[in-house]
Design a protein around this ligand. Sequence first.
Ligand SMILES: *Cc1c(COP(=O)(O)O)cnc(C)c1O
Length: 406
Amino acid sequence: MQPSVTRENFDQWIVPTYAPASFVPVKAEGSTLWDQEGKSYIDFAGGIAVNALGHAHPDLQLALQQQATLLWHTGNGYTNEPILRLAKQLVDATFADRAFFCNSGAEANEAALKLARKVAMDNGHQDKNEIVAFKNAFHGRTLFTVSAGGQPAYSKDFAPLPQGIHHAVFNDLTSAAALINDQTCAVIVEPVQGEGGVVPAEPAFLRGLRELCDKHGALLIFDEVQTGVGRSGSLYAYMHYGVTPDVLTTAKALGGGFPMGAMLTTENLAAHLNVGSHGTTYGGNPLAGAVGGKVMELINRPEVLAGVAERHQWFVEGLNAINQRLQLFSEIRGLGLLIGCVLNQDFSGKAKQINLAAAQEGLMVLIAGASVVRFAPSLIITRQEVEEGLLRFERACRAVTEGASV
Ligand SMILES: *Cc1c(COP(=O)(O)O)cnc(C)c1O
């Protein structure tokens, strides 16, 4: 018998970097989870844009179980079949010629930023080490990536920070142009700012960044950790925008719940990360390769990607109807199945309260800042799950609007 554990034990034994919900999920299937008490929750959070095929997908279970009987890990002194197959899938499906595998989004971005500095250094441009990023961006929690992120609150307590990173205003090309020059080795941007409030880039903004990078010989890095692997309705959001980066980072949905990440780039750039220049013990291990390969196979299909746009419509229509009745949101925005409900002035700062009320009603949602409720559900969530989830969402919103008017 395993000893019984409770939510209270979190506060006793775990470093308090998180404040998890009051219930403990124990199992899940599709887009429904159950907690220790047997209460059900509809999942509009998708493990923060990770569970793109829902929970316990039978084909992913099989891929993981089959690989688990063969080979788990060798270290990068040896390659393996599943990761080679996944690399081929990614190279065939994108602009990239090469993939570097790692375990998370932060590590994929860390690799991308290190690559940009090394390319400039290898080309004899010691001073070309500046990185332009954007305010409100999120790129991960390593010291380099958290410094590239545009929320000083996340980095300021860890000073001194890596140097040479400048932040422009997102969707403001003039502001970016003022910072990008011949000393710039890379521009890193999310096609849709996820944590920063679900803010899609304007197409002209990304096109303008592409031109500025070309003019100044800087690498354009798209952080697609949240937007990638079908979430935008295209396999990668760069395809939706028609703007091709030099480097793309992908993680979250790539493993469908198994931790993994990748940095994708061209043949010429990849050559700079020569033997010994970078690495990670677990990156590209066979278990991750087997699961990631199956995720890509299942998501990179016209009918699944078209289904994302269809589901976007279900959400937007349902949310607009709720808003007609409750007058809660000033805007419903986003791309594909990354959707943000922006609270209007009367309810500004109440996203967390809605998140808590939703849990009461049996619904998991995300927030993106204090005033945006965010959804990042499974790309194959059923119509019935969406409808039931939206019913629960309306009840949660009503609890907050009625609570607020008392
Ligand atoms: C989540 C996220 C990251 C960080 O990924 P981790 O796997 O948590 O390291 C980086 N960039 C974006 C855009 C993200 O959404």
